[in-house]
Design a protein around this ligand. Sequence first.
Ligand code: ATP
Length: 436
Amino acid sequence: MDKLVSLCKRRGFVFQSSEIYGGLGSVWDYGPLGVELKKNVKDRWWKAMVHARDDIEGLDAAILMHPRVWEASGHVAGFTDPLVDCKTCKARFRADKLQDASCPQKPSKHPGEHSACALTEPRMFNLMFKTFMGPVEEQAAVVYLRPETAQGIYVNYQNVLNASRQKVPFGIAQVGKAFRNEITPGNFIFRTREFEQMEMQFFVKPGTDEEWFERWREWRMAWHHAIGLAPNRLRWHQHGPGELAHYAKAAYDIEYEFPFGWNEIEGIHNRSDYDLGRHQEYSGKKLEYFDQAANERYLPYIVETSAGADRVTLTLLVDAYREEEVEGETRVILGFHPSVAPIKAAVLPLVKKDGMPELAERLYHDLKKRFPCFYDDSGAIGRRYRRMDEAGTPYCCTIDGETGKDGTVTVRDRDAMTQVRVHQDQLGAWIAERLA
Ligand code: ATP
């Protein structure tokens, strides 16, 4: 992880928020390469969930919502973690995660195990960020930064239904920021206080929920494979009775094997009719669905798929990071699937003379119209290849002595380091074909 974190900073994937002021705890900024990588994650998700399907509509709900939403959802009363303080070192821990934490004074021990530890009794701490709407800071003006995007979907379910031609079963998908005042954030961008979620709520007829749940489990795992994650580092974790959220009928997490252990990257939940039932009760508005064909009314069940864009981005970085020995030197590679790689191709004139830079620039401007490219003419060609390997660029296109004669360029493959010659007029299409 240390190597990855420093690569991320050096190459402009992820920076600490407000770094010149000493940073802000567990809040991160995405640099030029990071913003492209994360955007590709979100774009691939949107494409698979919304554009490629006829039964899911997109939504972009506001972060601030009516405070009653969070009473109905159960977050005001129940979105809490047990917190303990150490009176000696002043550190805070999640009481249910002491075994995952280390004592700041004696890192080989867990909090509470060192003779100097003085842990308080656990007290419940609400993870929602609170703020005030309008000029008066009083209880009546409290609003929350949403801790999940899902509620924006539930409260808009009838709007979407009325505005689109969907019928149950159908889904609503949304990508957006969520905020949680986590007690023990950490592991880089794995657990942060501000993050982005990619959530989809699928509304189904009661009785068909289990079947849809299984389908969504299969589709979501296939998506993680399709973005290039190693299947042997992905697994299912089924929530047991003690773990299952009060609203859930069944829940599975997709977990990835990070350097810090197996951890959740996405949750698939059968939420029953809990959400619409609660919003119906709290808002006083009927949220039943009228099935014209069957002439019946019911409250749909919801199958949810909930993934973190930042967590998936971290997973891609961890999964892609490799070191190899090449001719006595260490080659660092981010072996991203071409569809998520921030830069798709680099254009490199072999030398800065003999008309090569002119040919290279022309090619660069041509390719840049189709996908993100990078132009680099400084330093030895081997060095330039290494820089692109570290950025995860799948193809390096070198303009050399042959290019002026027959119009072909050398295309080097990042992973195999093999080279083929492709005519410059076909290069854009050749690369585009490999980005799907
Ligand atoms: P965890 O047990 O890791 O806190 P959770 O079970 O609370 O996660 P959900 O509420 O199911 O998570 O959220 C769905 C997804 O949102 C998670 O799978 C994860 O990818 C992402 N997510 C949740 N909390 C965070 C966070 N603090 N930082 C980054 N991503 C998060």
